[in-house]
Write a protein that binds this ligand. Sequence first.
Ligand code: FAD
Length: 404
Amino acid sequence: MNNETMIIIGAGAAGLMSAIVNAKAGKSVTLLEQNSKIGKKILVSGNGKCNIDNKYIQLNRFHSQNPQFVEEVLKGYDFEVIEKFFTSLGMELVEGKEGKMFPMSLQASSVVELLEYEAKRVGVQIVCDCAVTSIDKKGDTFNVETSQGTKTSSQLVLASGSPAAPHLGGSNSGYAFATKMGHSLIPRHPSLVQLCSDEEWVKSCAGVKVAGLAKLYANGEYITEKKGDLLFTNYGISGLAILDLSREVSIRLANFDYCELSLDLMPHISKEKLTNLLQSRVQKESEKPIELWLQGVMHKKLIGIILEQSKSRVEAERELNRKEINKLVHAIKNLKLSISDTKGFKGAEVSTGGIDTAEVNPHTMESKRVPNLYFAGEILDVDGDRGGFNFHFAWVTGLRTALG
Ligand SMILES: Cc1cc2nc3c(=O)[nH]c(=O)nc-3n(C[C@H](O)[C@H](O)[C@H](O)COP(=O)(O)OP(=O)(O)OC[C@H]3O[C@@H](n4cnc5c(N)ncnc54)[C@H](O)[C@@H]3O)c2cc1C
């Protein structure tokens, strides 16, 4: 045992990992958590199955104002390193779609329980219901004010996460502690979040889910596109493709840009094929109402919207001409939805921005401003794509806090 004492603020993925490896290195570690239980975000992740990591760690799956920092942090710390750590705890991992990794139990609770067992086994003192209210450094000592009194240590790790999902412990408090000690912040925005729309029609489609493609335009300029589920809701739109786009939307809305989605409700059928399909059906049974033709290929609730956007007449008893079919096809493949807002941090899985990584050593996570102050996890200005990348960054940065 060395004489180092370490306080870690936040018992999420990063804090738990940091606690285990630092205690293993012989430090006396106290892990403070404001919630009554540790690892609340781990418990809900991956719909309760915990998408613990991703097999294919690539730099382009992470976002930061300082990509060089991310590269340095991840160098030599790919998925296999994390897999080895979990295997050493007795946990086997299984692969899902797109390299997503899960505990073989498919239970997030097993991840938290094994981490807690290991932390206690190596001597970490875990204190729950302990909210840190302020931090002060006098000489070589950190004085940490908490709801359970003052605690002191020679080293401090800020692993208090981001404001995303406040009901699970998301908070800004770590930013406040860090800025008070001289650190800078990169602007934060909700990411992996649902999007709101003021358009009335979307409410009438609430509950409809399609496998589509969403293209994002900001002030009329094409930004990016994502394929996957589109789920219409009474506030706007959600679904995996939307969560994947939301980072870009959030940043652009904050910049007062006008954001609009163009939704392809049938990305698996080309424009030409769809046109030919409708044309041949119309030729066979010209008297059939348009609505019935469309019911053969799409959800009923979307048909009125498509007809409205394509300005096609709903009346039956007439033949659709080529021009009208083209308009219909265009509306099906380019349904417009203006976006007014996101669901904010309450609905977000992560936050963009955070502690400016230019002020942090990428090998040890130690502050370049305050000796013996460390950062780990989402508090830093790094966020990842959906698919286990956020946990990967939390595990790796937690591991690195013991390398100093
Ligand atoms: C619903 C949801 C699902 C997700 N699913 C996935 C997924 O499947 N895969 C993936 O990779 N990522 C997922 N994420 C993102 C992932 O959970 C986070 O990126 C990750 O948990 C960040 O870990 P962290 O340790 O940095 O922060 P956190 O897990 O947020 O932990 C920080 C801890 O600090 C505590 N804390 C904060 N302030 C204080 C204070 N003042 N005093 C004491 N304690 C404090 C908080 O209560 C919290 O427990 C999901 C997030 C959410 C919200």
